[in-house]
Every structure is written in C-alpha cells, then in structure tokens.
Design a protein around this ligand. Structure first.
Ligand code: SIN
Length: 522
C-alpha cells in the first residue's frame, strides 16, 4: 500500500482484524461496499479471536430460548440484556451455517453422521459449542483471512495503527461543522514503516479493536488487547459502560514468568477436574455446578484454594481420559504442555486465573451503532449487554460473528440511501522527539502491575483509590510526552492502555456492589 495515497473513496473503515472486524468487512463487501481493514500487526490474523481455543456457540438440537437465555443470565449474574441474547439465539446458527461453513469453509469437527460436533463448557446446560479441536479461533481466522484477502472490495493494510477517530466537530476544517451532531468520519492512521500519519476518511468507521487484557500483568490475551478502541471512543465522546466487569479466565498455564497460556474451558467441559496442590477436588465445596460453575466463581474459588493451601497453582486434571482421545481432542494444549515437560495424559496441568475478557465496552445497539453517528463498534470492544456481569464460555466468537455481520449489512442499508458529508480535515502535526524505550517499558509495567494488584479478581476501596491515584498521575505524564514525541505503535498503545485502565478503575470505584466478575470485599 502506497502510504502517500489519498484515502478518499472508502465506504467502511474497519479498525481491527479479529472475527468481528472480518465479519463486518465481509458482509459490507459482499453487498458491494468498498472496505479498508487496518491492523497495527504485521501478521494480519493476530487478534484475540485467533487465540480462542474452546469454540463458538451454535445451537443444541433441543435448545429453546428460555434455556439459552437462562444459561447466559445465570453466568452473567442476572445482569444480561435479553435483547442481545435473543440476537444471538435467532442468528448464530444461520450465520455459522451460511458464512463460516458454506462461504468460509471452516472445517468444524464433525460427528460420525457428518453433523457439527457439539461440546459443553462451563455454565452451559446443553452441549451447544462448535469447535475445531482446541484451535477454533485459529481455524476460523485463517480461513476467513484467505477469503477476505481475495475479495476485490476489501483492502487490508497491516502495520497501520489508528491513533484517533476523526470527528466533524474536532477535526473538520469547516468551522460550522461544530454545530453538526457528533459524527465520526474516519481515523488518523500511523503507517508504521514510514512513521507518517494520514487521515483515512470513510462513510462509516467500525471499531473492532478487541479488549484490554494486556493492561494486566497476567493475561491470556495477545499484545493487541491494549484497550485501543475504548480509549479512542472515549476521547471522541462515545458512551462506554460496564467496564468494571473484567473477566478472569480460571485456567491459564502457570509459569514462573508473567506469560499465561490459555488452557481451554473445554477441558472441563469434557470431564477435566480441578484439584488443589494436595490432589483434592475442591469445586463442589464452592458451587453446585462444581468444575462447570461460571468463570467468575471458579476463578475466585481457585484464589481461595491457593491461599488456603499456601500454593502458587492448582491442577487441572484430565489424565483419567483415554490418552489417545486427549491427544486428538486437545493437540495444541498437549504439545504446549509437553514443551514444558508436562504430560497431560498422565498428570495434572498447573493452572492459575488470568485477565481474559472485558464484558463492558462501547455501548451499541443491535447493528453496532454507538452514540456517535457513523461510528460502529463490534466484538469485545463493544458492549451489547450479552455478557452482563460475567461472560458465558464461547459466546465471544458468536457475538463477533452475529454483530459484525449485522453491522456490515447496516452500513450497506444506510449508505445506499444517504448522502454523507466527507469533510476536509486538519492534517496530522508530527513531533520529533524520540521516546526513551526504558521510560515506555516502565510505564507500561506500572500500568500492568497496578491493574493486577489493585484492580484484579478481588477489589477493595483502598486498592481502587490507590490504583486511580497512580494511573491518573501516570496518564498525565504519558499524555505530556505523547504530545511531544515521535509517534510509534508502542506509544499509541501506552497512551490508550493508561486511559482504558482508568475507565475500568473508575467504573469499579463507582460500583460498590459485588456482581459477577466485579468482586469487592468491602
Ligand atoms: C476457552 O476456550 O476457554 C476460552 C474461549 C472463551 O473465552 O470463550
């Protein structure tokens, strides 16, 4: 892509290349719209969707809305949005059949009679999860990427990082645009290879930037999950909600360093059990659903068990199953653990909870509209209310597919009927001071340690106040050196991470009631 090119004929700018971004781009492009997808990554498929192991909610043969809704609502601590659950229930099976199976040709695991094989995961009362071994997200993303990169209406630009959304009121050179309703007309984008920033103007902009797990010291998330979408939307004035509901996945592989590799919940869905350091099963002591209790409960139970037994990890044990079956059902986890000299067919896997998913986000309706005109958000960065206060397993890929697809179709419906203002906008003013990488690294570490220690699985007023104090001060310093420095992807991420963290802390401070994954002991 020639970075000097003028981007003046774009129908839809999609920021982010996970399943939500791909689904939106695909449905818009199929309807004839011209779409640009940008991602800050070199490898286009790098996203949280790619690393989703367990699967995607399909529909059990005997599913009915009441059962489906009850499962979501129980896991979500009674706080889910029924309308959002209904969107998933009504659309997900059709979209998987039509888009993922027919068009994208994702090789879902099949039963002997050639039906999609369905498994169970925590807090699901039925087996309704479609999967591709233990690499469902990877299979979907690789197949989707292949199709998308061949589509004539879609241009993918990698190593291109959105710095800020462009709005009529903030960036148009036409002064009177200040009187227009809040409207997004694209984004400023850093082209990493040249260091230049250009505006990409579009009729619609779709944020599909994923979550913020990387603001925590320990997380299952890839480097992309640094809160970019929340921060950009907040600066542009969008409504953001439910940010205190940060989900911690109960089972990530323990290691002495900070890295945490996800060990899918499907292991417990297939009969795996949690044992403490003494080898005792413990989940029945905490919840009637035992090992298949909702994630927030399992994570807190593990924390209690660690403290009770004075240990650093618990074991997830699937060694009672046939070893050949385990190797075939969970090949990647088997291999990853073998690299660490853990044979999961004969011994337990040492696991601990880690930050996994942000249930809150940018408020949207059923077609992805935010509170800013022409700005949509889809996937983890958005909040539909589907997850309430705690997400049900394997619902995130389903939400990406359903809401992403609906958002793309809605762009088409609106663009065909409307004349859009595409303004002339201020060009980006570059600064030249270089950033000391030690400063950047230390600031990032401060954010991650503060979030883990003071805004983690168990929260108190004192800890949250301390976190707020640290982050507010740090953010001021970061914004100061951001505005004087040569722009880089890391610097953009640091500024966004600081702001996204403040959004989580602020919401956590305001909400004094424990619910789902927001757990306060004061
Ligand atoms: C898992 O496989 O346990 C993670 C996928 C999800 O968060 O739904």
């Amino acid at each position: 892509m020639n970075p000097g090119r003028k981007f003046d004929d774009v129908d839809v700018l999609v920021i982010g290349a996970g399943l939500a971004g791909f689904s939106a781009a695909w449905s818009a492009a199929k309807n004839g719209l011209k779409v640009i997808i940008i991602t800050g990554q070199e490898k286009v498929t790098e996203s949280s969707s790619y690393y989703a192991q367990g699967g995607i909610i399909y529909k059990a043969a005997n599913d009915d809305f009441k059962t489906f809704y009850n499962d979501f609502n129980k896991a979500g601590a009674g706080y889910v949005n029924e309308k959002a659950v209904s969107e998933i229930f009504s659309n997900v099976q059709e979209f998987i059949d039509e888009i993922l199976v027919k068009e994208i040709q994702v090789p879902f695991d099949k039963t002997d009679d050639d039906q999609i094989s369905l498994t169970k995961e925590a807090a699901h009362s039925r087996a309704r999860i479609a999967h591709v071994k233990d690499q469902t997200g990877k299979a979907i993303q690789e197949h989707f990427h292949q199709k998308i990169s061949l589509h004539p209406n879609i241009t993918i630009i990698n190593k291109a990082t959105a710095t800020d959304l462009i709005t009529l009121a903030h960036h148009s050179v036409e002064e009177t645009h200040i009187y227009e309703p809040s409207t997004c007309v694209g984004a400023y984008v850093l082209f990493q290879d040249t260091g230049q920033v250009y505006p990409i103007l579009s009729k619609y902009t779709i944020l599909a930037t994923g979550g913020l797990g990387r603001v925590y010291l320990h997380t299952s998330n890839p480097v992309t999950a640094r809160g970019d979408g929340y921060a950009m939307a907040y600066r542009a004035g969008a409504r953001i909600m439910n940010m205190e509901y940060t989900q911690f996945h109960p089972t990530t592989l323990f290691s002495a360093d900070e890295e945490r590799f996800l060990i899918t919940e499907a292991i417990r869905g297939e009969g795996g059990v949690l044992r403490n350091i003494n080898g005792d099963e413990f989940m029945k002591n905490y919840h009637e659903m035992g090992d298949l209790a909702p994630r927030d409960i399992v994570s807190r139970s593990i924390i209690k068990e660690l403290s009770r037994t004075n240990s650093h990890f618990v074991y997830l044990d699937i060694s009672h199953k046939n070893s050949q079956w385990t190797k075939e059902r969970f090949p990647m986890i088997y291999q990853k653990c073998m690299e660490k000299k853990i044979d999961i067919t004969t011994s337990g896997i040492p696991v601990v909870p880690a930050a996994h998913y942000e249930c809150g986000g940018i408020f949207i309706n059923k077609v992805g509209d935010t509170t800013i005109n022409r700005l949509k958000a889809v996937g983890e960065t958005a909040c539909t209310g589907l997850h309430g206060a705690n997400r049900l397993a394997s619902s995130s890929l389903a939400e990406c597919l359903v809401y992403g697809t609906s958002a793309g179709i809605d762009c088409f419906n609106n663009i065909k009927n409307t004349k859009f203002i595409i303004p002339k906008v201020e060009s980006w003013k570059s600064e030249n001071e270089s950033v000391d990488p030690d400063l950047l690294w230390q600031d990032y570490l401060t954010i991650r340690q503060t979030m883990w220690n003071y805004c983690g699985i168990v929260r108190t007023k004192k800890k949250l106040d301390r976190a707020y104090y640290i982050l507010k001060k740090l953010e001021k310093d970061i914004v100061h050196f951001y505005s004087h420095s040569k722009l880089s992807d890391d610097l953009i991420g640091l500024r966004n991470s600081a702001l996204a963290s403040i959004l989580v802390i602020h919401a956590s401070k305001l909400n004094k009631q424990s619910k789902g994954c927001h757990y306060r002991i004061d």
